[in-house]
Structures are given as structure tokens and as C-alpha cells.
Design a protein around this ligand. Structure first.
Ligand code: SF4
Length: 507
């Protein structure tokens, strides 16, 4: 939902907007007709949409892009990526072919078109964001291009009017040997293939893998490599457009409805944000009680295992650690009474009196049992997402909250992983590399996949879990729920609710 203050326009500010600075000064507001499923996004959208659509469409696309990026970081092959992404694309960003005659065809294409432009605004601000956005948008385009109906794809490419120069028959004969050599001996007869000439910079992939003949700064590209050319063209156009957008961005600061949404979206690109309901339905068959937490902690992500271990070692946790852990425990289904019992027993070096005076109130507050305004949902705060843990309140000396993948040194992280049973050298090496690249939640997912390797294989082979139930984890509570269900397969859990999370704007 859009926050009320997003939707409210301060009349004073709006009237002060300098008309000369309006980015789309004389727009012609109309709905576009989308002839093709694929889109080069050269024409900006001009029809009206609601703020809710603006936000929701962008979030849906962001979710797809984040997952696509995760596939690339995990070195999934193109076939694996396509299989993994299909259910997600069908759910969040479906695009039917023209021949399907689907009644939602135009609406789907409109959502795709608008969401691309919204995210373009959100990710144009820094070079790093622009580069990442261009890379994942290109990956998405490539995926769709390859999956497109052959005839529709041809008609789309023809409509692009790209200035590729056709290589004449004479030229083909003149450079026949070189062309064949670049194609690894293919084609046998040079007449069987058509070639285009383009500036070599437009097909870097082909040049890099030496799949084209180069002469005078021009690359001779065989017809079968058309996909690479189209994709390279897509990237080049997008990169140019992102540069232009970044220059126009300051004007958007004057729009107090969009700026907060765009800022939130670009923050979400660090780690996709996921909020978890403040209270969750208990996992069927799981006994979530104070005395079971020690056992259940085997299914906790490393951040919560670290808090649990610190609590057991020191019989104490500092304020922010208690808050992070309490909200997590509440999220897994521990009720207030049990949670108070858990903390009371955990802080075993202090008296009942001290506990009641200094700690009891905060636990009740987290559950929404006491507290005023800030506790506005009535049932307390939501459990922290990975994004929140990774980016807010880094732990200081003597504090145990945060995310070990981010906040620990490599040596301490490795030692902690070994203590919790991750001894595989390849996994530890992978985690170290993820950490160096600042892909902390991917390190966490790597460990999850390692710790549940057999179970994941089983649910995939059985077909009991779909790919969207194995999406990249971006929330500690989701980690627990998925881990618990996988570790208890065959104990009446298989039919449990699929593991999902809702990405939405946090208050
Ligand atoms: Fe916890 Fe998220 Fe870090 Fe994993 S990535 S340890 S779930 S904060």
C-alpha cells in the first residue's frame, strides 16, 4: 500500500515547480498499442497510472530482476536460469505471445513497459546502479528473446530498423576463408550463410569469444548470431538512455510523491526487501515453545544462531540483539508468554525483580502488548528482513546482532560456520568469495543449499515444491520456515503452505 504521505501533495510545493523544468513538458497522454511481446523501451510511457500501480509494478519487476541476478551469481546455466525463472515470470511479469490472443495481452505489456521505466528512474542515480540495472535488464531481455515465438521474434527484429550493413556476395567470397575460420569451419559453403557488418563495439560478446571476423573496425556477424547483435543493441540503447535519465533526475526531486518510492526501490536493490507478517500461522506440526528453541535453532540462519549462541554463552544479550532475536522468535510463532519465559530462563544470572524491571517491558512492547504510537499495527513490530539487518545498526563491541556474513571478519565467519557444522572447503571458499563481492545474502543462501542439499533434491525430484518455493531467501524467518519444512519432510509437512514472502514497502 502506498503510505498516505506519499499520496498527499503539498500544494505549496507543487505550485512552486518551475514549468520550464518539467521533464515531460507537453506530454500526449495516451495508451500505447503494443504490437510485439518484446520491447526495446525506446518510447517512454505517457498514459496515467495510479500510484499503487506505479509502486506495485516496480516491486514485481524488481523481484524478477533480483532473482535473475542471483542466478547469475550462482553460475546457473542459461537452461537452469530459464527453468528457474519461468514460474516467477509467469507470476510477476507475464508476457503472452501475440498468437495466444490472451485478453490480458495489452495489460501485461503495459505493466512490462511501465515497470521498466519506473525502475530506470530508480536506478539511474549512480554508476554502480546503472551498470547493475543494465546487466539484469539485458539478461531479462535475452531470456525473453530466446523464448519468443520464432515468427514474432523476426517481426520484432524487422521493426527495429537497425542499421546493419549486409555483406555482399562478392565480399563473402573475398573473405570466405576468414569467415569460415571465425565460425569454427562453419558454414561449409559460404553462400549458405548471410552476414551483416557492424562496428565491432556493438557486439562485444562475439568479439570477446572470437566468433566473428574483424576488418577495418567492423565485425562480420553471421545471421545465426543475430540474437547477440540484438541483445548488444538493446544494452547499448539502454546504457545511453540511463545516462540521459541520470541527468534529468534532479528535476524529479520536486515531485514529493515519487521520490520516496524511487529511493526505497533503489535501496531494495542491495538486497530485495521482504517484510514478514508480524504474526505468522504456526508451521503445522512444529512445537514452538521456549524449551524447544535449543532444538529448533538448528534450523535458524546464521544471524540468529549467532544470537542464540551468544545468549547461551553470556546469559545476556544487548538491546538491539534482543530486539532482533525477539522479533524473529515472534515471527516463527513463539507466543508472548513463551517468549517471556524464554528470556527469563536465558538471563539466568539476574533476579526476577531485575528481569521484570529492565527487560519484561521491551519484550511485551515488541509483541504490541504495550506501547503507543510507534507500535502502530497493534500487534507489534515485524521481524527484521535481511536488508534491514544488513544495512541498519551495525553491531558495536560486545553486541551480537547483525549479519555474520557482513559484520564478521572472514576468519571469524569461517570459524562460526565450522562450529555450526559447515566444514566443506568448497562451500567455505564460496562464502568467502560472496563476502568479498558483498553478496552477503547469497553467501547465506549458499550455506542453506549446502545444509539442505538432499532435501532440496528430493522435493525437486518429487515435484512437491515448485521453483518459486525455492526462491532466494531474503528473510531470516523464511530461512527458518523453509529449513524446518525441509528437515521434517515426510512428517506431515509436505502439504504445508508453500513458503512465500511478500515484498512490500515497509512503513
Ligand atoms: Fe540472517 Fe539474512 Fe544474514 Fe542470512 S543473510 S544470516 S538470514 S541476515
Amino acid at each position: 500500500m502506498i503510505r498516505q504521505d506519499f499520496a498527499r501533495i503539498d500544494p505549496k510545493r507543487r505550485s512552486n515547480v518551475d514549468f520550464r523544468k518539467k521533464q515531460f513538458a507537453t506530454p500526449t497522454y495516451h495508451n500505447l498499442e503494443y504490437k510485439h511481446r518484446l520491447n526495446f523501451y525506446t518510447v517512454p510511457p505517457t498514459a496515467d497510472i495510479t500510484l499503487e500501480q506505479f509502486e506495485q509494478w516496480a516491486i514485481d519487476r524488481l523481484r524478477v530482476l533480483a532473482e535473475l541476478e542471483a542466478c547469475s551469481f550462482r553460475n546457473r546455466s542459461p537452461t537452469e536460469t530459464a527453468a528457474h525463472m519461468k514460474p516467477l515470470l509467469d507470476k510477476y511479469l507475464p508476457l503472452s505471445s501475440s498468437s495466444s490472443n490472451s485478453p490480458s495481452l495489452q495489460a501485461e505489456r503495459q505493466k512490462d513497459h511501465y515497470s521498466h521505466f519506473i525502475l530506470r528512474l530508480a536506478f539511474a542515480s549512480t554508476e554502480d546502479l546503472r551498470r547493475r540495472f543494465s546487466r539484469v535488464e539485458t539478461a531479462l531481455f535475452r531470456l525473453r528473446f530466446q523464448a519468443d515465438d520464432v515468427r514474432e521474434r523476426m517481426s520484432f527484429v524487422e521493426g527495429l530498423s537497425l542499421d546493419w550493413e549486409v555483406v555482399t556476395e562478392d565480399e563473402k567470397r573475398e573473405f570466405g576463408e576468414e569467415l569460415k575460420a571465425a565460425g569454427g569451419g562453419y558454414p561449409k559453403r559460404i553462400e549458405e550463410e548471410s552476414y551483416f557488418k557492424v562496428d565491432w563495439e556493438r557486439v562485444p560478446e562475439l568479439v570477446e569469444s572470437r566468433r566473428v571476423f574483424l576488418r577495418g573496425g567492423r565485425a562480420y556477424v553471421p545471421g545465426r548470431e543475430q540474437a547477440s547483435m540484438v541483445v548488444a543493441e538493446f544494452t547499448a540503447k539502454l546504457d545511453r538512455a540511463l545516462e540521459l535519465t541520470s541527468r534529468a533526475l534532479p528535476r524529479l526531486d520536486e515531485d514529493d510523491r515519487l521520490t520516496p518510492i524511487l529511493t526505497h526501490l533503489s535501496n531494495n536493490f542491495t538486497t530485495p526487501d521482504a517484510s514478514y507478517p508480524t504474526t505468522t500461522a504456526p508451521i503445522p506440526g512444529a512445537e514452538i515453545t521456549a524449551r524447544n528453541i535449543d532444538t529448533l535453532s538448528a534450523s535458524f540462519p546464521l544471524c540468529m544462531q549467532n544470537l542464540h549462541r551468544s545468549l547461551r554463552r553470556d546469559a545476556h544479550l544487548k538491546h538491539y540483539g534482543r530486539l532482533q532475536y525477539t522479533l524473529f522468535l515472534k515471527g516463527i510463532g513463539l507466543n508472548l508468554e513463551e517468549c517471556l519465559l524464554f528470556w527469563r530462563q536465558g538471563f539466568k544470572k539476574i533476579t526476577d525483580d531485575t528481569f521484570n524491571k529492565e527487560y519484561r517491558y521491551n519484550v511485551r512492547h515488541a509483541y504490541g502488548d504495550v506501547g503507543g504510537d510507534s507500535n502502530r499495527r497493534g500487534n507489534g513490530y515485524s521481524a527484521f528482513s535481511c536488508q534491514k539487518i544488513l544495512t541498519e545498526h551495525p553491531p558495536g563491541p560486545g553486541e551480537s546482532h547483525g549479519c555474520p556474513y557482513r559484520h564478521f571478519s572472514v576468519d571469524n565467519l569461517t570459524a562460526l560456520l565450522q562450529q555450526v557444522g559447515v566444514k566443506d572447503q568448497e562451500v567455505l571458499r564460496g562464502v568467502k568469495e560472496d563476502k568479498e563481492k558483498q553478496k552477503f545474502h547469497l553467501a547465506c543462501n549458499r550455506v542453506f543449499e549446502y545444509a539442505h542439499k538432499q532435501e532440496i533434491k528430493k522435493v525437486k525430484d518429487d515435484g512437491t515444491w515448485g521453483a518459486n518455493q525455492l526462491e532466494t531467501i531474503v528473510h531470516p524467518n523464511e530461512y527458518f520456515k523453509r529449513s524446518y519444512l525441509l528437515k521434517n519432510l515426510g512428517k506431515g509437512q509436505d502439504g504445508a503452505e508453500p513458503v512465500t514472502h511478500d515484498v512490500k514497502m515497509e512503513d
